[in-house]
Design a protein around this ligand. Structure first.
Ligand code: GLP
Length: 304
């Protein structure tokens, strides 16, 4: 995994935006998977800013959101659909028909989950999946114990998630938080082409430690991302504070690849120079002067 450790959450949002902009503009991510929660709010603000500056165009982008509460209407202030409309969709030029969302009021949960999987597949799969992480390590709403091969499904929320989401979005009133949700499965996320995980804050440090350095386990479903071949994790120092390999991740941060290529180029130039020198024909040696002839015994006698 490619780990980028930033100073603070503002920097996390800016770094993440660079990746989203690059992938959309280079046509590599016209199908996006999106998260909700407080974590992506800064990124969505950057995306709206970028769109207004003309840096990024969403006219042919399709989106799928990770999850939705069961029982909330689309326009309920705390529905994830409403979250996305108010933070992102209403401010960019995405076509409404290109936004797909799990229906939290469906009368057939299994059919709705199958429909969602099929819709992703029909578009060739998600190219860039952005995810946040819950305090217990969940991605989407895949709480501890969820199968790491799960597809879109119904999930019962863990108490820590109900408490966190009550405090963040329901004015602290846990009774208002639905106990169930629909969520892409861990397997659904693993099938996407690229994953961008963002997180910040000390309350995410344990989840991030488990995700990057812990064993792969259903007790922290984000740890399954260790099996994905193309993941970038952008976190702040507080979320990175429990990482054993913190210094190593910092060393392989952005600029590392460029530094490696510069080093490789220099080494190749040196090797080529050495090979050229070795291949040059050796300079001709001056013909050796014949050794002065030793006076023969006869001549020596004559001289006397
Ligand atoms: C919810 C969402 C997750 C999100 C998590 C973290 O449970 N279903 O997708 O990652 O909250 O939320 P936050 O970003 O507010 O910490």
């Amino acid at each position: 995994m490619n780990v980028i450790i930033c100073k603070n959450k503002q920097e996390v949002a800016k770094e993440a935006y660079k990746i989203v902009k690059d992938r959309i503009n280079n046509c590599r991510a016209k199908v996006l998977g999106l998260p909700t929660g407080t974590t992506p709010e800064g990124l969505y603000a950057e995306m709206v800013k970028g769109y207004k500056k003309g840096e990024i165009d969403f006219s042919d982008v399709h989106t799928f959101n990770l999850d939705e509460y069961i029982g909330l209407q689309k326009d309920h202030p705390q529905s994830y659909r409403n979250f996305m409309d108010t933070r992102l969709f209403n401010h960019i030029n995405i076509k409404k028909e290109n936004i797909d969302f799990l229906d939290g009021l469906t009368d057939d949960i299994d059919r709705e989950c199958e429909r969602y999987e099929a819709a992703m597949e029909a578009l060739g799969g998600i190219k860039l999946q952005i995810v946040g992480v819950g305090r217990d390590g969940h991605i989407g709403f895949n709480e501890p114990g969820t199968s790491l091969t799960s597809r879109t499904h119904m999930i019962t929320l863990a108490q820590s998630t109900i408490t966190d989401n009550a405090n963040l979005f329901f004015g602290g009133d846990e009774s208002q938080v639905p106990r169930w949700a629909l969520s892409m499965g861990v397997g659904t996320v693993l099938d996407t082409q690229e994953v961008l995980m963002i997180a910040f804050g000390a309350n995410k440090a344990d989840a991030i430690k488990g995700m990057l350095e812990g064993p792969i386990t259903t007790m922290n479903t984000s740890s399954a991302l260790q099996l994905h071949p193309n993941v970038t994790v952008i976190i702040d120092e507080a979320a990175a504070s429990k990482l054993e390999y913190h210094d190593y991740y910092k060393r392989i941060a952005p600029g590392n690849i460029e530094a490696m290529y510069a080093f490789l180029e220099k080494a190749r130039a040196q090797a080529a120079k050495k090979a050229k020198a070795a291949a040059k024909p050796a300079p001709k040696k001056a013909a050796a002067k014949p050794a002065p002839k030793k006076a023969t015994a006869k001549k020596a006698a004559k001289k006397k």
